[in-house]
Design a binder for this molecule. Structure first.
Ligand SMILES: *[C@@H]1O[C@H](CO)[C@@H](O)[C@H](O)[C@H]1NC(C)=O
Ligand SMILES: *[C@@H]1O[C@H](CO)[C@@H](O)[C@H](O)[C@H]1NC(C)=O
Ligand SMILES: *[C@@H]1O[C@H](CO)[C@@H](O)[C@H](O)[C@H]1NC(C)=O
Length: 526
């Protein structure tokens, strides 16, 4: 009979948004590649300046500069005993105190001197397994970090060396703590700045890298898990990284993350907020978000984690976790539908939480999941959802209001019982009228009008509203800003029902010249 439109988080004007987004995207990519080009030019200039300065300092015979060159010469001579070689690397690391040292290392073939050594290569690739090899490995990794820290050209060069790219990825999960720690420290250097991330993303085996970082995250020890998770988090902000993970998501990400989520406990709770935030970053990629939202293991793990967090009062985890769930549940998915009753059940429990942020997000999840599942709607109504939403609507912040009215509207759309409960607790629908008069958020007023229209299906409701400001309120929205067509439609529908059920409202409408106004609106909308 009528077009009813429920307000979602997405805009109503998809078509024009599409064009705007496209133009914006085009402009953005042009600017982006131009900015990258400018960065390259800047970096090239910087490199030249640094090299000139380094040569000058060396020619002047400055001690710091000559030390680096002398040490490299010594290290390139064959036949030294291993202990001496290791010591040399250590002293070289310490000598690399500034950009001049780093530049001289590069200009004097430092990278190839180190990586062409057969012993060094085999220990970096973990082909030998004795304490000396490990020590050598640690020394090389430390040296690389000192050489690359804050030096773009050196970071670039290291990433062109196959022994380096291969070993960095593998050693991240080395069973030897010192080796793994140094490797993670080196990876951190790359992960902390955009340019470093781009270099690493282009050169490293990301699938393997993520798996190995996840190994560190899964076995919390000696703070390494914190470093590993922040490396992941940093990389996850890059869309190129996400794109490369799309096809290996299940093994590299979903499997390890769900295992952790199903086993939240005192030994891993500290890494979960960052891990969840990293997952949230990955979920900004459309393909990944779709995959996560359709993955049964993911949702099962979310459920287990939410319950554990409720039981153990892990608020620091619960808050970001609900944010992620809220975000993923905006995707319509059979998996969400299947688990909707359990999920909504946990959310209802959370509506009694003492933290307002948690309540808001739990309501957000309900508002996104309930439209996907009639069973869940029936279930939450049995759990006094209507009463709870009314309570929330009477006194909470903007965001909670948005989700609460949407939830209430979904319930009243699907259930006669919900309408009865609402009307019984609030005869003159003062909560809805209040939202219609005070809110400037179109999602709120649109849903309030729709919810009101649902309630008007009950006998006597229209008559109970005689003498209130309802006609004026609805008329104001129906005749409102033409850009908000969904609000207008819903208000017009409610107004029509109101007058049909109770003709005495029609005289009020006439008095306000409502019919003329509505007539011109209908033309506008249709
Ligand atoms: C390679 O490194 C080892 C130390 O592990 C050292 O003993 C050897 O002399 C080095 N070889 C060359 C050619 O530098
Ligand atoms: C916590 O869970 C992990 C599995 O993720 C398990 O290995 C560890 O033993 C658990 N720790 C405690 C204290 O229960
Ligand atoms: C939530 O999902 C939307 C897409 O539906 C995305 O654009 C947004 O960045 C996500 N928000 C967070 C906090 O992850």
């Amino acid at each position: 009979m009528h077009h009813r439109r429920l307000f979602s988080d997405r805009g109503s004007c998809t078509y024009c948004c599409g064009i705007t987004y496209f133009l914006f995207f085009l402009l953005y990519s042009l600017l982006f590649s131009f900015a990258e080009y400018l960065t390259q030019v800047d970096l090239e200039k910087e490199k030249e300046t640094q090299e000139i300065k380094a040569k000058e300092e060396f020619d002047k015979g400055e001690r710091k500069a000559t030390t680096v060159v002398e040490l490299l010469e010594k290290l390139s001579k064959p036949g030294q005993i291993a202990l001496y070689y290791c010591g040399g690397l250590e002293i070289l690391s310490q000598a690399l105190t500034d950009c001049t040292g780093q530049t001289l290392f590069r200009l004097n073939n430092g990278f190839s001197i180190i990586t062409s050594n057969v012993t060094v290569r085999s220990c970096l690739l973990e082909k030998t397994n004795d304490p000396e090899s490990r020590e050598l490995c640690v020394s090389v990794l430390k040296l690389w970090r000192r050489v690359c820290c804050g030096n773009d050209e050196n970071q670039k060069l290291l990433m062109t060396c196959p022994v380096a790219t291969q070993s960095i990825v593998h050693l991240a999960s080395s069973e030897h703590d010192e080796v793994a720690k140094e490797c993670l420290a080196l990876l951190s250097v790359y992960s902390e700045i955009p340019r470093g991330r781009h270099l690493a993303i282009e050169s490293l085996d990301l699938n393997m890298l993520v798996r190995n970082l996840m190994v560190c995250v899964s076995k919390p020890k000696k703070q390494q898990e914190n470093t590993a998770v922040s490396i992941l988090q940093n990389f996850a902000t890059e869309s190129r990284f996400c794109i490369q993970l799309r096809n290996v998501l299940t093994d590299s990400v979903i499997l390890p993350v769900t295992t952790i989520l199903k086993n939240v406990n005192t030994s891993n709770q500290h890494i979960l907020p960052s891990l969840i935030s990293g997952l949230g970053c990955l979920a900004r990629d459309d393909v990944i978000r779709h995959k996560l939202a359709h993955d049964p293991e993911c949702w099962k793990a979310f459920l287990v984690a939410v319950r554990t967090c409720i039981a153990s009062e892990y608020r620091e985890i619960l808050y970001p976790l609900l944010g992620l769930i809220m975000n993923l549940s905006t995707v319509t998915s059979p998996v969400v539908q299947e688990l909707s009753v359990s999920l909504c059940d946990s959310c209802v429990d959370l509506l009694r939480h003492n933290d307002e942020g948690i309540i808001t997000r739990a309501t957000g999840v309900l508002s996104a999941v309930l439209p996907q599942s009639p069973q869940a709607v029936q279930h939450v109504i049995q759990r006094e959802m209507v009463k709870t939403m009314c309570r929330l609507l009477e006194g909470t912040g903007q965001t909670a209001t948005k989700y609460a009215i949407k939830t209430l509207t979904v319930c009243t759309a699907a259930s006669h019982l919900a309408r009865e409960k609402l009307v019984n607790s609030d005869k003159k629908l003062s909560i809805l009228r209040c939202l219609l008069s005070s809110s400037c958020d179109e999602m709120v007023s649109g849903n309030a009008a729709l919810c009101l229209a649902h309630c008007l299906d009950l006998e006597g409701v229209a008559s109970d509203l005689l003498g209130t400001d309802i006609v004026l309120l609805l008329l104001r929205h129906a005749a409102g800003d033409a850009k908000r067509t969904a609000v207008q439609q819903n208000a017009a529908i409610a107004l029509g029902k109101l007058c049909r059920c109770e003709p005495r409202h029609t005289s009020k409408l006439r008095e306000l010249h409502g019919l003329e106004i509505l007539h011109s609106c209908v033309k506008l909308i249709s």
